[in-house]
Design a protein around this ligand. Structure first.
Ligand SMILES: [Ca+2]
Length: 123
């Protein structure tokens, strides 16, 4: 009976349309379930001393472009504790970069990076 039940489930599964072409093995699925994407915090601010800020929750290891209205305006930045965030002069995490760790950089002018940041990535 167990075999029959399994066989009918398999028949059902193979006849059902598969909207997503998942090219991963079962082992990969287990790994994804056991290791959800780690998220940190990253705050960037239009003014020095962490004023007029935008708070983000970036996934570790993922590059983010800042939205257009925040492009080339950051004057202070603060990553979450325990990560290193890199800020980049160009989008796509390219160009000159500057590493930042908590408690952050209160005045990017000190690093010749004021009003320059276009993207960031935390690792
Ligand atoms: Ca820039």
């Amino acid at each position: 009976m167990k075999y029959l039940a399994l066989a009918s489930i398999l028949a059902l599964a193979s006849s059902a349309p598969s909207p997503i072409q998942a090219d991963i093995a079962l082992g990969d699925v287990a790994e994804v379930i056991q290791s959800p994407a780690a998220v940190t915090t990253f705050t960037y601010c239009k003014d020095k001393d962490f004023k007029n800020c935008r708070d983000q929750n970036p996934i570790i290891g993922t590059c983010y472009n800042v939205i257009d209205s925040w492009d080339n305006v950051a004057s202070s930045v603060r990553p979450g504790v325990g990560v290193t965030c890199y800020i980049y002069e160009n989008k796509g995490c390219s160009g000159r970069d500057q590493a930042v760790v908590a408690p952050g950089i209160s005045n990017l002018q000190s690093y010749a990076f004021n009003d320059i940041m276009s993207s960031y990535k935390c690792i």
